[in-house]
Design a protein around this ligand. Structure first.
Ligand code: ADP
Ligand code: ZN
Length: 767
């Protein structure tokens, strides 16, 4: 006897799990095949994830039900991707159905009942029809007209104007039969028909000739770039030979020519038969990079972006599976691209938070990339001018190999940075959002015919409280994150622990009455600058002006043609833009990023400042950066101004360690949602209480787990639902996950969970 473990594809979380079914003999069932199985009173689609001869312990032979039927003869999903989906569901605590749909977006379809005619035109059946009573004849004539092809039940009943009992009558008489069919939206080539290049032999041959021939490569690499390429190729070779995987971190300053390094590595790898995924944070914001690779590798490149229509997406996917595409470029979800011989995943700007998905499954592309390369014996190449602390810390411990590009490729140097203390500006009577220095430098650029960029953090996102004279922001005494002002209750709150206090009338530090609730938009910056300097041309780049991707491109092209002297924008501008004529970058208020209520605020600020500074002086003309801030001594600002990543890293990592933040601990956050506020509050309190009760129990008595909350979420009410949260924090993720499961189970067993939606996030990137 053989039994199949089958993942059932249902959206309901309580049902979403695997079940065991009996496999009938004579059919060649395999892992990855789709089947129809009975679940309670219906038939559902399922995927075989394991086949075993052992009856699972909790079942008796009588209890086990057979698989109803196989939906196709071939496996539908490659086995490694099935394991990936299981792993994803487990690590992100989401349903298996959701994770499967993410890993294999083509695994979509529905089960329908169809009507299949059992008579043919050849035999006498149809002649017999004429002898039937009027009603039966009419009903069967519908099928006759469809040339005796099967029809969906609903369609048939409507056309034949038939009720269900009448249909059953026809079935009993043997004219037709009802059957379940799986209606897939796509028809994929079977796994066995896919073209699989012989991977290992190709690797043994070593990396000799490139794919497009070395002559075709336009740029002569700098010595630093050369050794980076050699290092990456060596890692690929080791991974293939030793059947292991490797993660590399390419830390290259802005303008160090990382793209060129990718190009050469990809070129060699494609020639050896390996496939590559190149991930970028947002494809729409970085059209240059995909254009560039498409120009080099032509039809071998697939670019996955959100603008693709469903049918186009399927076509691209099919080409990838069939081995016709060798390099896939795309945002986060492209990490799942089913390239048959995947050997390298590159994550450009690996620190970017766009790599974390905010809906279920809440995965980080970095983790998925690593898992896939573990399966494939390949290499993950993380690259950034400002690596995430997690990645850089891993490089320090040797888990990740570090490759450094210290110099800019074109020979220009990193721009000098001036920090302007906005408190001083205020004391000197300058109430405008532009410091005297920044105004003068803007003017100077206009005179010289050069261009400037003015940078703001994302528009009016969240208000925080700053005292304008001393720059002091109000922080939570327990959590060291900024308190957020809520005009509703006129209170300042902490979104981690629920600490709340009245906003001060005077600053406790300096006695000033100038307390500002911060949050200015790009529009305001544009207007103010225009009124100060009416003769200059200004363009604005933010989500308001670029709702359409085309608009985004047009603005950038127009700025490149120098049709404006100043470009004002949000952090969109920070992403990989290369404008040779830009020699001045101004950061209007560095504090906006710094004072986000999030322990990563300082890291983000450093990253943003470094990235935007990197936009200045990329060509022969020297560049310059002005950072305006109320916290000129903050280490994020000081170290960014000094281009000192390592210095920042060591300060910040010590701080994280002292306060017990990632990467030293892990956090799982449970968001509770409901339309009625009292219900959410009650459930959140119950969940926290259940967790605390478990903490004092025998099992977890000595474990160091912190339970934070309950507290209202950053956005207390979204889309009509109230949101409260409870978080748990511990050093070990496996313990944390198991512990949280218990608390959530307790909550599900309690009446207060009725109607409450839970949204669980592992290691959230923001508060
Ligand atoms: P990064 O992504 O590291 O910030 P880019 O890949 O955008 O840097 O490269 C910065 C600039 O340097 C680009 O204009 C690129 O064309 C140029 N560049 C890269 N490599 C070389 C090289 N070996 N020689 C000359 N210029 C180069
Ligand atoms: Zn707090």
């Amino acid at each position: 006897m053989l039994y199949a473990e089958v993942l059932v594809d249902v959206a309901n979380r309580r049902l979403d799990r695997s079940y065991h079914y009996l496999l009938s003999e004579g059919i060649n069932y395999r892992v990855g095949m789709r089947v129809l199985v009975p679940l309670k009173h219906r038939l559902v689609q399922g995927l075989i994830i394991d086949i075993t001869a052992k009856l699972p312990a909790e079942l008796t032979a009588e209890q086990i039900r057979p698989v109803f039927k196989a939906l196709e003869r071939e496996t539908a999903v490659p086995e490694d991707l099935i394991f990936l989906a299981r792993w994803l569901a487990e690590t992100t605590i989401c349903s298996i159905a959701q994770s499967l749909h993410t890993v294999w977006p083509l695994f979509k379809g529905k089960v329908e009942k169809w009507v299949v005619p059992l008579f043919t035109s050849a035999d006498n059946d149809f002649q017999a029809l004429k002898l039937l009573d009027q009603e039966t004849f009419k009903a069967l004539a519908v099928l006759q007209r469809s040339r005796r092809k099967a029809l969906p039940l609903a369609t048939y009943l409507k056309r034949a104007q038939l009720a269900k009992p009448a249909l059953e009558e026809l079935e009993n008489q043997g004219w037709l039969r009802q059957e379940f069919r799986f209606i897939s939206r796509w028809n994929l080539p079977a796994v066995s028909e896919r073209h699989l290049p012989a991977a290992e032999e190709a690797f043994d041959a070593g990396f000799n000739e490139g794919f497009i021939g070395d002559q075709a490569l336009s740029k002569q690499l700098t010595p630093e770039q050369e050794s980076a390429v050699a290092g990456i190729l060596a890692a690929l070779q080791i991974a293939a030979e030793q059947k292991t995987s490797r993660t590399l971190l390419l830390h290259g300053v802005t303008g160090s020519g990382k793209t060129e390094v990718y190009l050469q590595v990809i070129n060699r790898l494609l020639a050896e038969g390996g496939d590559v995924i190149l991930l970028v944070p947002e494809i729409a914001l970085t059209p240059q990079i995909s254009d560039y690779f498409q120009a080099q590798f032509d039809s071998r490149v697939a670019v996955l972006h959100s603008g693709l229509k469903a049918t186009e997406k399927v076509r691209v996917w099919e080409e990838i599976i069939a081995g016709q595409k060798r390099l896939v470029i795309g945002a986060r979800s492209a990490v799942f691209a089913p390239l048959p011989n995947l050997k390298l995943i590159i994550m450009d700007e690996e620190h970017d938070s766009a790599y974390k998905q905010s809906e279920n499954p809440k995965y980080h592309a970095r983790d998925v990339a690593r898992k896939r390369m573990e399966q494939q014996n390949g290499v993950v190449l993380l690259a950034s001018a400002t690596p995430s602390l997690e990645a850089y810390a891993a490089a320090q411990t040797g888990k990740v190999n570090l490759i450094v590009l210290k110099k800019r490729a074109g020979g220009s140097s990193l721009p000098p940075v001036e920090i302007v203390d906005m408190r001083q500006e205020l004391l000197q009577g300058n109430r405008s959002i532009f410091s005297d220095s920044l105004q003068a430098k803007l003017r100077d650029r206009v005179i010289k015919g050069e261009q400037s960029m003015l940078f703001l953090n994302r528009r009016g996102y969240s208000t925080f409280v700053v005292r304008r004279e001393c720059g002091y922001t109000v922080r939570c005494p327990n959590c060291d994150v900024s308190l957020t002002f809520h005009s509703a209750g006129h209170k300042m709150c902490c979104h981690y622990c629920n600490h709340a206090e009245e906003p001060p009338l005077r600053c406790s530090q300096c006695g000033s009455r100038y307390i500002r609730f911060f949050g200015q938009g790009t529009q305001r910056v544009e207007e103010d600058l225009q009124s100060l300097q009416p003769d200059i041309r200004i363009m604005r780049l933010d989500w308001d002006t670029t709702r359409s991707k085309e608009a985004h491109r047009l603005i950038l092209e127009s700025f490149r043609r120098q049709e404006a002297q100043v470009l004002v924008g949000t952090q969109m501008m920070a992403k990989g833009l290369d404008f040779p004529n830009v020699t001045l970058v101004g950061v209007i208020a560095a504090d906006q990023a710094l004072n986000m209520p999030d322990f990563r605020a300082r890291e983000r600020t450093f990253q943003l400042l470094t990235q935007v500074s990197g936009r200045a002086g990329r060509s022969k003309k020297a560049g310059e950066v002005v950072i305006q801030t109320y916290s000129p001594a903050d280490r994020a600002i000081v170290k960014a101004a000094a281009h000192d990543f390592a210095g920042f890293f060591w300060d910040e990592i010590r701080y994280r360690q002292n306060l017990g933040y990632p990467p030293f601990t892990h956090l799982i956050r449970v968001l509770l949602l409901h339309e009625v506020e009292e219900k959410v509050i009650r459930a959140a309190h119950d969940l926290a209480a259940f967790l605390r009760a478990r903490m004092t129990g025998p099992e977890y008595g000595n474990t160091e787990i912190d339970i934070l909350g309950p507290a209202p979420a950053l956005f207390l009410r979204l889309k009509n639902r109230y949101r409260w949260q409870v978080a748990v924090k511990a050093k070990r993720m496996d313990i944390l996950r198991a512990f949280l499961h218990l608390g959530v189970k307790d909550l599900y067993n309690s009446p207060s969970s009725n109607g409450i939606n839970l949204n669980i996030e592992v290691d959230p990137l923001s508060s």
